[in-house]
Design a protein around this ligand. Structure first.
Ligand code: ADE
Length: 254
């Protein structure tokens, strides 16, 4: 039987998290659906469809379902930024999801906390093969591209000394976490938590329901504390854009 041609849906929430990538698409064709531009084409040897989801779980879920149903993607990669939540996780590190959870899902007493009603699941697992491929892309990026991708000034400003790759649990919710107490609550409930963001677990649920393999990588932009919002805006302009470009390139090159 002929193998189905791979077509990767690449989603980021914000323009800076996919910066420069669309300019590299060959034979690009743009289609607008539901207030989003889906740009299909060839990217570093892969057939892809790139799209910006905007922020939050509903935005991410709608975008993911459209990519699958309308643009026939065979797999999904989500790249973006997140607040750091694990003891060892620092600004500039990369967190690759092995599982994702919706930290604001609470249907008690009907279902246990965090469980997605009628799925019996609270954590969705990412695809192992894509996750390994993403790990290789992240490691190569840090080893080979980082030094030239950022100016010394930017590396000093954000104290990016020796960024690392982590793998584990990412939690998503419709909330920008910017208080140490709130982060503390989540860490108490989810002791293995590495990062917090606003879309990944929604993408995960939709991919699970449609049977589409997916992977998620997040660049840590802030500590999810009182300075989060300030760090976040500076960081995505200067740093996250560079991370995203090189990670997506290395992921496509395989
Ligand atoms: N994305 C980046 N930083 C975040 C934070 N602190 N909370 C939620 N989403 C984020």
């Amino acid at each position: 039987m002929q193998k189905k041609q791979r077509r990767i849906g690449i989603i980021s929430a914000l323009q800076q998290e996919q910066a420069g990538v669309v300019q590299h698409l060959e034979q690009a064709v743009t289609a607008s659906r539901g207030m989003r531009d889906y740009v299909a084409g060839n990217l570093w040897g892969q057939e892809v469809v790139c799209v910006l989801s905007r922020l939050g779980k509903v935005a991410a879920a709608a975008t993911t379902a459209t990519l699958i149903e309308r643009f026939n993607v065979t797999e999904i990669l989500f790249t973006g930024v997140a607040g750091g939540a694990g003891d060892e996780v620092r600004i500039g590190d990369l967190v690759i999801a092995e599982h994702l959870i919706q930290h604001d899902m609470d249907s008690r007493p009907l279902f246990p906390r965090f469980e997605i009603p009628l799925t019996s699941l609270d954590r969705f697992a990412t695809d192992q093969e894509l996750t390994e491929r993403l790990d290789r892309a992240c490691t190569s990026f840090l080893e080979k591209d980082l030094a030239s991708a950022l100016t010394e000034d930017d590396r000093a400003t954000f104290r990016l000394h020796a960024p690392r790759v982590h793998r584990g649990l990412i939690a998503s919710g419709d909330e920008f976490i910017h208080h140490p107490e709130r982060l503390g609550q989540l860490r108490t409930l989810l002791p293995d938590l590495l990062a917090v963001e606003m879309e990944g677990a929604a993408v995960a649920q939709v991919c699970f329901e449609f049977g589409i393999p997916f992977s998620v990588v997040r660049t840590i932009s802030d500590d999810a504390n009182a300075d989060s919002a300030v760090d976040f805006l500076r960081f995505i302009d200067k740093v996250a854009s560079q991370y995203a470009f090189h990670l997506i390139r290395r992921f496509c090159e395989g």
